[in-house]
Design a protein around this ligand. Structure first.
Ligand code: HEC
Ligand code: HEC
Ligand code: HEC
Ligand code: HEC
Length: 208
């Protein structure tokens, strides 16, 4: 009961100060803000690899592909992952009967190649996936595959789509049991955690 009283006191104070506890002003788009755009998330893995080091603020440091590959000029692609022993060790490949050259080009590793030989930027990898996975790309384009964040109603705000490689490793594309993205959080459930022992137990389990 005590907790309820405190809640009333705090909301009372907030109301007196002219703030709205239910919908903070900062969550609304600024007047004149651009809304209604759909962007595709470009994952870091398309442009850089983790170094295992962290910066002064504890943020993981990544090395861009071009930082090494603009200097490296090999004359052929490897035939398998096992040939990578100097760097990129431990990768596995399980994606049909494809060869490395189905997607990679010799030399410039900021690019990929399509089946007809045209080079595309690494960040446009989705158009490469789409070449061989027409039905999934069609479903993705309709919003039935691949998920999204933000607004369904574009007149209310922006939307962000996931990239194919957010969920599928291009070398091991079978959907992996551990999720590379956080599952959706239900704000209502989280706020009420104390009042719902079953839910609280569930949430604790997930945090462990
Ligand atoms: C720290 C340097 C470094 C970074 C960063 C790096 N690579 Fe490499 N990469 C190498 C080296 C060295 C090899 C050769 C490894 C071997 O043959 O054992 C290689 C090999 C490769 C190969 C095999 C074909 C070739 O050119 O030898 C591909 C494909 C490749 N890297 C892609 C990438 C991509 C894509 C990124 C970024 C996501 C990246 N690399 C980031 C150093 C790097
Ligand atoms: C279906 C297309 C596809 C095929 C086939 C493919 N790759 Fe890749 N590869 C990619 C994409 C896209 C990336 C971008 C980084 C990522 O998502 O891992 C990548 C990244 C890489 C990297 C950078 C490091 C990393 O951790 O991903 C290396 C090394 C690499 N590929 C080597 C190979 C080798 C060797 C083969 C053949 C055994 C191969 N790839 C086959 C699409 C492919
Ligand atoms: C050159 C054609 C080609 C390209 C490019 C290609 N794939 Fe595939 N992919 C295949 C084939 C063939 C299979 C079927 C493998 C099998 O059935 O064993 C497959 C299988 C898959 C599967 C199912 C895996 C499973 O085991 O269930 C996924 C997911 C997938 N690809 C995602 C991707 C993504 C993401 C990209 C882009 C980075 C991509 N593919 C690019 C040809 C391709
Ligand atoms: C939000 C994550 C997510 C994104 C983004 C995503 N997929 Fe998938 N994809 C899945 C899941 C989950 C499955 C089902 C895996 C299963 O049934 O085991 C799947 C299955 C597939 C399959 C195998 C279908 C089959 O019948 O076995 C292919 C191929 C595929 N996706 C391609 C793509 C392509 C191409 C893109 C980008 C245009 C993409 N996916 C984007 C999550 C995703």
């Amino acid at each position: 009961m005590l907790r309820v009283h405190w809640y009333l006191v705090v909301t009372g104070l907030l109301a007196a100060a002219g703030c709205r506890a239910d919908r903070p002003e900062r969550l609304r788009p600024a007047p004149g803000a651009k809304t209604g755009t759909v962007t595709i998330h470009i994952p870091d893995r398309l442009t850089s690899v983790p170094t295992g080091e962290v910066d002064a603020l504890g943020k993981p440091l990544r090395a861009s592909c071009v930082s090494c590959h603009s200097l490296r000029r090999p004359d052929a692609l490897p035939a398998s992952m096992a040939e990578l022993d100097e760097f990129h060790g431990g990768l596995t490949f399980q994606h049909g009967e494809l060869s490395c050259g189905s997607c990679h080009v010799v030399g410039d590793q900021s690019e990929l190649r399509r089946a007809d030989g045209t080079a595309i930027a690494m960040r446009d990898a989705m158009s490469l996936c789409a070449q061989c996975h027409g039905p999934q790309f069609r479903d993705y384009s309709h919003g039935a595959h691949g998920g999204m964040n933000g607004h369904w109603d574009l007149s209310a705000g922006d939307r962000v789509r996931n990239h194919c490689v957010d969920c599928h490793d291009p070398h091991m594309p079978a959907f992996q049991p551990s999720l590379p993205v956080l599952r959706p959080q239900d704000r209502g459930v989280r706020a009420n955690r104390g009042e719902h022992p079953a839910r609280a137990g569930h949430a604790e389990g997930a945090a462990r």
